[in-house]
Write a protein that binds this ligand. Structure first.
Ligand code: NI
Length: 163
């Protein structure tokens, strides 16, 4: 497995729409493996294709340690409720925003074997599904945030351990 470079929010690739995966190849599987490793090393809970420079509708999510969700061509097929909370992104380092998202989503996606799966998420998992799928359409959470935390709020939230 290889660690990939995570693109930052000033890079135009993050603003492009990703294309569907038409065939799951060995390269697709390697990409999924590399994305998981890259996400874990960066202490993230989700990572989408464009964030590693691949404009394909692919994402990995691990909100609960060990419960890895690999999404290929994911689509939100149902959503309900509303939650407002903190959100960050590996492509937007050092910043945190307050974002309102659905509190429940149902997602349809292919797994690495090409089988269609349905996932349900509430709370943080629902937030993560929305965030990662938005990446595939070139959207960042900063576009939809109610607001971004101020420096003082960030310090209070994270302490002074941040670089
Ligand atoms: Ni993100």
């Amino acid at each position: 497995m290889a660690k990939l470079r995570i693109l930052k929010d000033n890079e135009p690739t993050l603003r492009k729409k990703s294309r569907e995966v038409t065939e799951i190849t060995k390269r697709t599987l390697t990409l999924l493996d590399d994305m998981l490793e890259t996400m874990r090393k960066a202490n993230g809970v989700g990572l989408a294709g464009p964030q590693v420079g691949v404009l394909r509708r692919i994402a990995v999510i691990e909100v609960e340690e060990g419960n890895v969700i690999e999404l290929i061509n994911p689509v939100i097929i149902e959503k309900s409720g509303s939650q407002t909370g903190y959100e960050g992104c590996l492509s937007v380092p050092g910043r945190t925003g307050i974002v309102t998202r659905p509190d429940y989503v149902r997602v349809k996606a292919l797994d690495r074997n090409g089988e269609e799966k349905i996932y349900e998420g509430t709370g943080l998992l629902a937030r993560c599904f929305c965030h990662e799928i938005a990446h595939l359409d070139g959207e960042l959470y900063t576009d939809v945030a109610d607001r971004m935390l101020t420096e003082e709020e960030l310090e209070a939230y994270y302490g002074n351990s941040e670089e």
